[in-house]
Every structure is written in C-alpha cells, then in structure tokens.
Design a protein. Structure first.
Length: 327
C-alpha cells in the first residue's frame, strides 16, 4: 500500500516537473523570405542553433524559409503586429515608410564592404530608434553582395537600357528605372525566375548571390559588375516578445545576434566571389561596364542621392555626415 502510494506520488511529481519545464520553454516563429540554401538563411539557421544552445533549450526559434509563413512584403508588419515573433526583411523595400530604411540603397554612395559597414554604423542609431517606435528590436543586419546589372543584350551606356522591362524591388530601383527610361515592374525574388522566363522582365539590378541562387543565366546573358550599392537585410524581434524573456535569455539572444552579424558580413564577401564564378560557369558574360556606362550611372546616382537627402531631412543629413566623418 505504502509502495503504491509512493509510486503514485513520484509519478505526480515527475509529471508536474515535465509540465513546469514545458511551460518554461518559449517558442518563437521566425519568418524569412529566402530559400534554405541562401547564405542569409544559413546564417539565420546557425543563429537559431546558437540561441537554443545558449539558453539550454528554453528559447526555441523555428525558422520558416522561402516566404512559407508570410510573403516578403508582409514579414515586417507581421513582427510589428505580433503575428510572428521574429522576421527578416530587406531594408530598402520599406523606404516609402521612412527614408532611413533606404540609405544603403543609394547608388554609388559606398564602394566597398568596409564603406558599407561604416554607413551601417552611421545609420544604426536612427534605425534602432525607428524600429523601436514600430515595436521592434533590431537584432542584426547583414549585407547582400554588391548590386550589378543583368541584361539579355550588351549595354554600353544608359541609353541602351531605355525601354527595358526593369525589375524593381524598392522605391530607389523604381526611381532609377524612371531616370534611365526603363519600364519598372515590381517582382519579388520568389517570383523572379518565372518573371524572366515569361518575359515579364528582361533586365534588373540585383546581387551576384540573387543571380546565382535564381540561375539568372538561364534567361539573361550579361552581368555588369558595377557595384552600384550594398544593401542589407535586417532581422528583428517583436519588442513585446523580447521584453517577455528573462534577462539570461535576452543576453543569450543578443550575443548570438552579434555573432550572426559578424559571420554574415564575412560570408557575404565570400558568397560574392562564389556567385560570380557560378554565373560565369552558367554561361553568363561577366563585365565591369564601359567608362560611358559608369559615367552615366554616376549621374543617375547623384540625382537619386540628392532627392533622398531632401526627403530624409535632418535625420538623413546626420547619417550622411556621420558616414563621411568615418571614411
């Protein structure tokens, strides 16, 4: 009798322990728009594993790749509303919300990864403040490889781009399309291959990584490595979800985020070289661009930067001034 009572009590205590452990575990959804093979996604996956290990499994983050949870334009809003605890989004796509989001998409403002990181440091205080107002905490931001021009036909000057069906992904790329006389067409990355195959677009500016990931060499012939700008993705967490964590879990999350940012920037440089090699292997002609093309693009860039500065006001000027001081 006593033995049966002891066993029953032990079972009850064990069950209570398991229930407590389960209740102590926090589960988050992490919405991303890129496939699992993309270098951003691989970096995010390592971040998730680092958080799991550092918190002893107390914080479980499930990444949802390939826009499987929310489409790319919906992810940022999903984090703001709490429909996803975490999300990754392309900063420049939200320039219409605030010019602050678009600074790293300004043409020919930076000429290297080092410059791009300095621009990020100049942008970061204003970016954190803006995201905080929107109920988000910036965890980390990682650069894409430099942006180049993809076309079906040879391009020697901006005049050769006139009339082209030009894929855009941000207000800046749309404005560039207007300035060069192209026909801007908004297409998200997940729909890019189909848009090219069906003739919806026949030219675009994007990174070497996007070109390799989507096998753009199957529909386009030329890649002009003009290094127009170096944009970034941002990974954010709901401020409410972050505040609900214990101090130890918050610290672990931020430490893993810092490691992800450092790792991601390093990986971006390596991916650029690998992606250009993949484009060449796929049959694409890799060009640096003629002097005329570069001169024409520089003039377009000057116009875009001037317009952005006027719209961005004092906050935008402060970012550019801080960036210039850091160079």
């Amino acid at each position: 009798m006593k033995r049966r009572f002891f066993c029953a009590t032990a079972t009850l205590v064990a069950s209570f322990g398991f229930a407590t452990a389960a209740a102590a575990q926090t589960k988050w959804d992490f919405a991303t728009a890129y496939g699992p093979g993309n270098f951003h996604s691989k970096n995010n996956e390592l971040f998730v594993k680092d958080v799991d290990a550092a918190t002893g499994g107390k914080l479980k983050i499930t990444p949802h790749f390939g826009a499987s949870l929310f489409k790319m334009p919906e992810i940022k809003r999903a984090v703001q509303t709490g429909n996803a605890q975490m999300g990754e989004f392309f900063l420049v796509s939200f320039q219409n919300e605030s010019q602050i989001f678009g600074v790293d998409g300004l043409p020919f403002l930076v000429g290297s990864y080092d410059d791009a990181f300095k621009l990020y440091q100049a942008q970061k205080p204003a970016l954190q403040k803006l995201l905080d107002k929107q109920g988000q905490v910036l965890l980390y931001s990682v650069a894409w490889p430099p942006q180049g021009i993809y076309t079906k036909k040879p391009v020697n000057s901006v005049a050769d781009l006139k009339g082209m069906k030009w894929r855009v992904y941000s207000p800046t790329t749309a404005r560039i399309g207007e300035l060069i006389g192209a026909q801007p067409v908004t297409v998200q990355e997940a729909e890019l291959a189909q848009a090219l195959a069906t003739g919806v677009v026949d030219g675009l500016i994007t990174s070497s990584a996007t070109g390799a990931d989507n096998k753009l060499f199957e529909n386009l012939k030329y890649y002009y490595n003009v290094q127009a700008w170096i944009p970034k993705n941002a990974v954010t967490v709901s401020k409410k979800a972050f505040a609900a964590l214990g101090k130890a879990e918050q610290d672990a999350l931020l430490k893993a985020a810092a490691a992800a940012e450092e790792r991601g920037w390093k990986e971006s440089k390596e991916v650029d070289a690998k992606s250009i090699a993949a484009l060449k292997q796929g049959g694409m002609s890799i060009e640096t661009g003629s002097a005329q093309l570069k001169s024409d693009l520089a003039k377009v860039g000057e116009t875009v930067v001037k317009e952005w500065t006027e719209k961005a006001g004092a906050d935008g000027k402060a970012i550019l001034d801080a960036y210039k001081a850091a160079k």
